[in-house]
Design a protein around this ligand. Structure first.
Ligand SMILES: [Zn+2]
Ligand SMILES: [Zn+2]
Length: 118
C-alpha cells in the first residue's frame, strides 16, 4: 500500500475504532501509545540500577554494583530487567495484556522490554 493509501485506511479505521491508550480507555492520537496522564504516571527504569535484579538505585553506583538484597542472597538472580516501576499505569498495562485481551499493547511493550534488556 502506498503512504497515501495507508493514511486513508488509518484515518477510516480511526473513525470507526478510535485508538485508545494502551493502559486505560482514553482516546489517543495514534495507536500503540499512552495518553498524557498514563505517560506522566509511567516511571521507566533506567541506570543506575542493580547489575543482578535491576532495581533502580537513587544514586550513581559502579556499573556492576549490587543492591543490598542481591548482596545478601548472592546468585539467586543472575540478571533481570523491568521496563517500569510497578504502579497503577504499569499494573493496568500488565493486567490488560494478560487478562483483558489487550494484545494490541504487545508491540509497544515488546519494544520497551527489548530496550530494557539491552
Ligand atoms: Zn491512559
Ligand atoms: Zn539487586
Amino acid at each position: 500500500m502506498t503512504g497515501h493509501a495507508t493514511r486513508f485506511v488509518r484515518g477510516a479505521l480511526d473513525l470507526v475504532l478510535p485508538p485508545q491508550c494502551l493502559a486505560c480507555d482514553a482516546l489517543v492520537r495514534a495507536p500503540g501509545t499512552l495518553c498524557h496522564a498514563c505517560w506522566d504516571g509511567s516511571v521507566f527504569i533506567s541506570a543506575p540500577l542493580c547489575a543482578a535484579c535491576g532495581v533502580p538505585f537513587e544514586f550513581d553506583q559502579a556499573p556492576e554494583a549490587l543492591c543490598g538484597a542481591c548482596v545478601r542472597e548472592r546468585a539467586r538472580i543472575n540478571r533481570a530487567r523491568a521496563v517500569f516501576v510497578y504502579n497503577d499505569v504499569s499494573r493496568n498495562l500488565a493486567i490488560g495484556l494478560k487478562h483483558r485481551d489487550r494484545t494490541h499493547s504487545a508491540p509497544a511493550l515488546g519494544r520497551w522490554l527489548a530496550r530494557a534488556g539491552r
